[in-house]
Design a binder for this molecule. Structure first.
Ligand SMILES: Cc1cc2nc3c(=O)[nH]c(=O)nc-3n(C[C@H](O)[C@H](O)[C@H](O)COP(=O)(O)OP(=O)(O)OC[C@H]3O[C@@H](n4cnc5c(N)ncnc54)[C@H](O)[C@@H]3O)c2cc1C
Length: 525
């Protein structure tokens, strides 16, 4: 008997599959290190035993009760767009895909809130809210390929966080099926109750405490007016000082993005091109890739070049801001922002850069495959700190990464008290027989250095992508002993049998199934 057959027998009506193609598809999320492994022929070393598609909270509760009794690990799966290895199911685990749970259960115009099931995909959900005259205000760049449950489980942030906040600011109540299979409705009634709320514990729990089956989310009136502007600043620091001044003056641009000079140059060039825009012959492409691969083999030199002699050619830092709301308010706020920015040394560029960004806001990050197939890798890390520590965070993480990979940065989530820095990096181990192993070593060294530097600077290792397994090393140093003890106690309270996404969001992850010693592997049934 297979696990899927056991489940179907024990839980009639539940759709389950142990088809090899399904198990391979659900074996991982979009953690870029997976791509290195896949490139090395290691398609799915760790594969779940089966995949299930519950349709109701009752289905989830029955399934978890069964798994808790039998000791079967369960991994909740939204759309698999996570980038931190939050999904890496071990052999014999059940992957629970929530996407068939996508009903809108209730809409309360007076509050105003919506109660929605966890598997609702981002774009149709926001479109439905817009049809009713509202917005959630949560626009992750992955909105096309992520779910409401995944947003909450990973504690995400959208592009308009400056006005609407992060997902934790939008969640009122959560329906959770605990690791024991019990259905719990957790309330976060800020206006009614003085009791401690359990909701914040579940936000960011990354599938380790239970399954989020539905949530009640706070809504805002959909904006009817917007104001756009772009600015150049002589330096990245001048840019963030101006953003700080604007937020601390009470302004809340929905979008406020600052690009360092290299990232700004890419943004100005329009780094997004549709597939097929550039037609290169196979030979030209191979030459281009070899050149880039070898350039990235010496990242320190490249970083110094961009920071030093090449810096004046790049054209300074770029800031774009978008205000939204009703009537004249966005225009008035944008005018005040302009005054603050110009006092900080900005040159106003008109609406163009912000409008251009808006047009391409969801197409930025999907051109990864050519980098990997060309023998290189790329990734991102989003750290954050209070304004007083932002300079140390920027310098510390940038230099730590810069020894291993080519690095650039932008800041896309600002608040009155602090800001997130989003580093993008690319690396290579050059050519050679063992470049896959060497690439992995370079990749791992870059990550270790970045995590240590973020903690040393007094920042956080995760602003909105979650922790998963990729940042596990930084969890202990950032939370300290009381934090780790509290996490372990929560796990025991919600998931006493330890079946929920084992190995995730833990300071010492289980052995890496993609470790070089485990290779080569090919898929087998
Ligand atoms: C191109 C790209 C751009 C991105 N941009 C952003 C961005 O702008 N902002 C941002 O915040 N993130 C971003 N991300 C990261 C990712 O999209 C988010 O973390 C997203 O919230 C994950 O949603 P998902 O439904 O795909 O969850 P998954 O990847 O399926 O799961 C993420 C984690 O949550 C757990 N989980 C999922 N659903 C549930 C549930 N119902 N109950 C309990 N646990 C659950 C999983 O086990 C896993 O640990 C980006 C990713 C990509 C690939």
């Amino acid at each position: 008997m297979t696990l899927a057959a056991d489940l179907v027998r024990a839980l009639p009506g539940l759709r389950a599959s142990d088809d090899l193609a399904e198990r391979v598809s659900y074996a991982r999320d979009l953690w870029p290190r997976h791509h290195l492994s896949v490139r090395a022929g290691n398609v799915a070393r760790a594969m779940p035993g089966c995949v299930v598609w519950p349709q109701t909270t009752e289905d989830v509760a029955r399934l978890i009760t069964f798994c808790a009794k039998e000791g079967v690990p369960v991994v909740p799966f939204g759309a698999g767009s996570g980038v931190c290895a939050g999904i890496l199911p071990e052999k014999g685990a059940v992957v629970l895909d929530l996407k068939r749970m996508a009903k809108l259960r209730a809409f309360d115009v007076a509050r105003p809130t919506v109660t929605v099931e966890a598997g609702y995909m981002g774009v149709p959900f926001e479109e439905e809210m817009n049809r009713r005259g509202f917005t959630l205000g949560h626009f992750p760049s992955s909105i096309l390929c992520s779910t409401v449950g995944g947003w909450i489980a990973a504690r995400g942030a959208g592009q308009c966080s400056g006005k609407y906040g992060k997902i934790e600011d939008m969640v009122a109540d959560v329906e959770l099926v605990t690791g024991e299979g019990k259905v719990r409705l957790l309330h976060h009634r800020t206006s009614e109750s003085g009791l401690p709320s359990l909701v914040p514990f579940v936000i960011g729990s990354e599938g380790t405490l239970g399954v989020i089956t539905a949530a009640t989310l706070r809504l805002q009136r959909a904006p009817t007016a917007r104001s756009y502007a772009g600015y150049t600043f002589p330096s990245t620091e001048a840019g963030w000082e101006a953003m700080r001044a604007a937020f601390q003056a009470g302004l809340r641009p929905a979008v406020a993005r600052l690009y360092d000079p290299f990232d700004a140059m890419l943004a100005r060039m329009g780094s997004v091109k549709k597939h097929g825009d550039v037609k290169k012959s196979g030979k030209n492409r191979a030459v281009g890739e070899a050149l880039l691969r070898n350039a990235l083999f010496g990242p320190k030199l490249l970083n110094e070049l961009v920071d030093g002699p090449a810096s004046p050619l790049l054209g300074g830092a770029l800031v774009i801001v978008i205000f939204e709301g009703e009537g004249q308010t966005p225009t008035t706020e944008a005018e005040e922002c302009q005054r603050i920015f110009e006092r900080g040394g900005a040159t106003h560029l008109g609406e163009g850069p912000a409008r251009k960004w808006m047009l391409h806001r969801y197409s930025v990050s999907y051109r990864q495959a050519p980098v990997f197939s060309g023998g290189m890798f790329s990734d991102t890390i989003e750290v954050a700190a209070p304004w007083s520590k932002l300079g140390a965070l920027y310098d510390g993480v940038r230099h730590a990464l810069g020894d291993h990979v080519f690095v650039m940065a932008h800041m896309s989530h600002a608040y009155p008290d602090g800001c997130c820095i989003y580093f993008s990096f690319a690396g290579s181990a050059g050519d050679g027989d063992s470049w896959d192993e060497a690439s992995e070593a370079t990749y791992d060294s870059a990550w270790s250095a970045a995590l240590a530097a973020a903690v040393a600077a007094g920042g956080t290792i995760a602003h909105h992508h979650g922790v998963g397994r990729s940042k596990a090393k930084g969890l202990g140093p950032e939370l300290g002993d009381p934090g780790l003890t509290a996490l372990a106690a929560l796990k025991k309270a919600f998931d006493p049998h330890g079946i929920m996404n084992p190995g995730n969001l833990q300071p010492a992850p289980r052995p890496d199934p993609y470790a070089p010693a485990a290779r080569p592997h090919k898929v087998s049934s």
